[in-house]
Design a protein around this ligand. Sequence first.
Ligand code: FNR
Length: 379
Amino acid sequence: MTNLPQDALEKAPETITGDPVADDFQTLHEIVAAAHRALDRNMWDYVAGATETETTMRRNRLALDRIAFRPRVLNDVSRIDSGAEFLGKSVRLPIALAPVGGLESLGHEGGLTVARAAGQAGVPFFLSSVNQLGLERVAAAATGFKVFQLYVRGGDDFVDDHVRRAIDAGYDAFCITVDSAIYSRRERDIANRFAKPWRGATPGMQYQAGLTWDQVRRMRKRCTVPMMLKGIATAEDAELCCREGIDVVYVSNHGGRQLDHGLGSLDVLPEVVQAVAGRAKIMVDGGVSRGTDVVKAIALGADAVGIGRLYCYGLAAAGIAGIVRVIELLELEVRECLGLLGLASFAGLDASYVRKAEPVTDPRVHSAFPLLSLPKQHY
Ligand code: FNR
């Protein structure tokens, strides 16, 4: 901290942190802009892009934008606690860093840095099986809650080996992504002729395509840590998750990167919450870019919210400090939102604090950041 008088602190707290990263990045859009400067076209489009028409991705934002708040006043919010619990552990915010493949190509040692940053920031992180570092090496760098996410690329032996290794390495939970039976056509990558260095010939894709609930049942029996299914998008599949003893039903459309013309995640959330009826925890992701987005998702019944692109931008912009700053800024926004809703914590936040309203923004991948200025084709 610099030695500024107290009244200066009160006037402009954001400008005088004395921390160069915090001073450079006083808003989330400044981090996105820095990531845009740091990444080449291929990697920018890989992260920002989605499938074909990118309709699902835009609906993620639309679903969030369609929710308005119903604030209550005259409640004591002089002390706000934005902490939460995630599978029995205390976390700084009900936020997790979602699994992202190919992180190494964003620089700063990819998944190793994400693992360290998550620990420092006090939020859980997921390691994608699409990583070149190895699940053991990343686990060793992690200090907080960690989840291993698997794409099934082999038979039962492959799955059992990954379950065992993840548990031996100390992962707190195991996640199977189930919205990726087919690898979708991401047209930004195709148009760029971008050969993803981590994809190779992607051997074993047919195993993911052949995955069924029978195999989930088998995995559930072998997995001694909480198990999550990521990519649930209907009440029907949420019901099946509960019947199979899945601990976390993870509502996701992969950030709009798999099935095009799906619903926005927040539009799916209510039917899943209703179907699950308290039998499992619920996570949701897709388009979450602001503290208000986090609060909306929790109000509608999620236990935790995943962020994908946003922390990738933090990583690309400034490595560990960039990711930590993303979490700090989200925390500031969450606390501001809770306080202005008349809530001193997430306890008591429910669907009565939100209602449907007309969106006022054309939904795009970065439409939550109206001050962001990028070339048109990079939006
Ligand atoms: C992803 N996502 C993803 N999901 C998964 O289960 N395994 C993976 O390897 C990846 N890889 C991946 C790469 C990139 C660059 C992105 C942007 C996303 C999906 C991710 O976990 C999450 O569902 C979405 O990113 C959430 O949407 P937002 O927050 O990016 O809008």
